[in-house]
Structures are given as C-alpha cells and as structure tokens.
Design a protein around this ligand. Structure first.
Ligand SMILES: *Cc1c(COP(=O)(O)O)cnc(C)c1O
Length: 345
C-alpha cells in the first residue's frame, strides 16, 4: 500500500521554508552566527532552537527503538494531530472517522480545517464496531482516529480489532497512544513497519509528567514523516521544551517509578470508590484515570466542586451517562477525594 495518493496535491507541491538553522547548528561554537537576525547577547535562549530537534529525537529514538527518520515532534500531540489532518484531508471535501466516546480534539481539529466528521459509536463494551466502521468509510474518508487506551473509557481496544482496521481501512489510521505507558498492552510501535498507513502518536503530557512543556511524539513511515516534517512550523518545539524533554527522557528511572506509583494508586482508588453507595460502576482502566458511573453525575460533580475537588463530568458523551472521569492523583489527593465522597449522601 502506497500512501502517496492520500496526500493532498498542494501539500505535495509545498516547498518547505528553509530556516537559517537548517544549514548550521548553533552547537558548532567555532562558527559566528550572523544569519538569523538574532540578538547576539547571551540569554540562554537568544538563538533559534534546532528545527529538527535532533538531540531530543536521538533520545526518543533510543528509548523507543525507532529510527529518527520515523519520528516527528510537535507542540503537544494536538499540533501533530492538526498537521496530520492538513496533510491528508482536503477542506470541504474529505472526512475523518472518529469513534465516540473519545478524545474531543479530533473533531475540533477537523472542524477548524473544514473537514467533515463521521462518527461510529463504540460498542457498549467500548470496543470498535469494525464492520460498521468499514461500511461507513467512503473514498473521502482519509483518516480514522483510534484512541487506545481510549479517553474517556479507559480501555485498550482488542489487538484483533485494531489489526483488522489497519488491514482493511483504505486511508490513514492514527493510533493515539497518549496513555500507553499506563497500560499493560504493548505499544503498536514495534509493528510500525508492517502497516504503511499507520501513524502512532504519543505525548510527554501524561506519564512523563510534562504537560506544561507541550511535546508530542509521532511515529510513522519515513514517507509520511518526511511530509509532516516538511509542513510543520520550523521552530514548533521551543528551546526550553527541548532542554526539559532531554532531561526527563534521560531520567527513565524516575518516570517508571512514578508510573508504578500511579498504577498502584489507581488500584487503591478503584477499591475505595467501589465501596461508595452511589457508585454504580467503575470501568477497568489502562490509563491514569477512572471512568466512574454514579447515581447522578451532575449532582456529584457539583458537590465535589463545593469541596474543592474538580473532576470531569462526561455525562454528555455517548455511552457515558452519569459518568465522572477522575484522574488518579497522589495518595493524599486520592484520600481527600475518598473522604469527601464518603461524606456525601
Ligand atoms: C491528553 C491527551 C492527549 C494530549 O495531547 P498533548 O497535546 O500532547 O498534551 C492526546 N490524546 C489524548 C487521547 C489525550 O487524552
């Protein structure tokens, strides 16, 4: 399967902006840089950042055992999702497919880009309806967004369902693995080569504890990666973000320690929530949050606000009637939550 025919014609024709720093990197400190109209006085960040983010990519590449030619970095995965839509979807003509209940940004980004959205609801089990998805797809369905583990349901989709979609859907499949580090399921990254239409996104915002720096990771064929890198804003990942990301990517012990603690806290929280009389169901979670069905989500949400605790009311999402999405906090935060909820009638 070649994906060339899926790329918009104008995108193929784009001649990328050649930034000054594409030619020489500032780390060659023997060079005198008079090429980019920067202020020469040192502030630590007076130079433009590396537009190809080579040092960060090298660390990601080692950590994930994925060649640099398959990696794109973005200002959060949200920027990457937007780039992907712009590469493949012709405004006012093409569409994307999403599987509600799911992450809200896919639809927002499609709307911003004048790209129609087809929705195929998940099953009651929160698994994709593969046959319906394939029947819903038209020649204009350029991208299918799969979020696994899924936000807000918390589950990972079955390997067989994802594989069938990858094989039979004729467009690009974006697999959003924002929560993969909290899951016992393996990332699809090691199967990237088998599926030329697969794009995987991950983020440093969740398990890596760096939501504030905005760094999204994207893995795809070298062909797709070249296009994404050629249309991204040249300096989309700023110097402070690159510095902080490098620091954290080198500290894998701290990250895995935190993931372990969050998973432990998830179990403690789940056990405690299950004893509350107004909690009707806690969905199994491969993420750092729990989807919890209660008697009256709006009432419980407001009561928690009164007690100074903010959770997310997902009641208006399909299949999420009276559901709250609760992020796993520190042990102390979780105890406070449980104490507050136990006091509710
Ligand atoms: C939180 C989240 C993201 C995060 O995106 P960033 O822009 O990298 O912070 C992406 N996808 C899903 C499903 C999420 O829940």
């Amino acid at each position: 399967m070649s994906i060339q025919h899926l790329i918009r014609a104008n995108i193929k024709a784009v001649k990328p902006y050649a930034s000054a720093r594409d030619e020489f990197q500032a780390k060659d400190n023997v060079m005198v840089f008079l090429d980019a109209n920067e202020n020469p006085f040192e502030t630590g960040v007076n130079r433009y950042p590396d537009p190809q983010q080579l040092e960060v990519k090298t660390l990601v590449s080692e950590l994930k055992s994925c060649p640099i030619e398959n990696i794109t970095l973005g200002n959060g995965s949200d920027e990457i999702l937007d780039l992907i839509i712009r590469v493949f979807c012709e405004p006012n003509q093409d569409n994307i497919i999403i599987l509600p209940p799911t992450y809200g940004m896919y639809e927002v980004l499609a709307n911003i880009n004048a790209v129609a959205v087809k929705k195929v609801r998940l099953k009651e089990s929160f698994e994709p309806k593969v046959k319906t998805i394939l029947e819903t797809a038209t020649a204009q369905s350029k991208i299918l967004f799969l979020c696994s583990p899924n936000n807000p349901s918390g589950n990972s989709f079955s390997v067989a369902a994802i594989e069938q979609i990858l094989r039979e859907f004729k467009g690009i499949v974006v697999l959003d693995e924002a929560y993969i580090d909290f899951s016992d399921q393996k990332s699809w990254l090691e199967k990237l080569e088998q599926f030329p239409n697969l794009i995987i996104t991950q983020t440093l915002s969740k398990a890596y504890g760096l939501a504030g720096i905005r760094l999204g990771l994207c893995y795809a064929s070298a062909e797709i990666t070249r296009v994404l890198n050629s249309i991204k804003p040249p300096y989309n990942v700023n110097a402070l973000t690159q510095e902080k990301a490098k620091e954290r990517l080198l500290d894998t012990t701290a990250v895995s320690e935190e993931i372990k603690r969050i998973k432990g806290n998830r179990l403690t929280l789940q056990t405690a929530l299950a004893t509350l009389c107004f909690v009707e169901k806690i969905y199994p979670s491969d993420c750092n949050f729990l989807l919890v069905k209660v008697d009256n989500a709006t009432k419980r949400y407001n009561e928690l606000i009164q007690k100074g605790i903010v959770v997310r009311n997902r009641s208006n999402e399909p299949l999420c009637d009276n559901c709250l999405r609760i992020t796993v906090g520190t042990a102390q935060e979780n105890e406070l939550l449980i104490r507050s909820m136990s006091a509710l009638k």
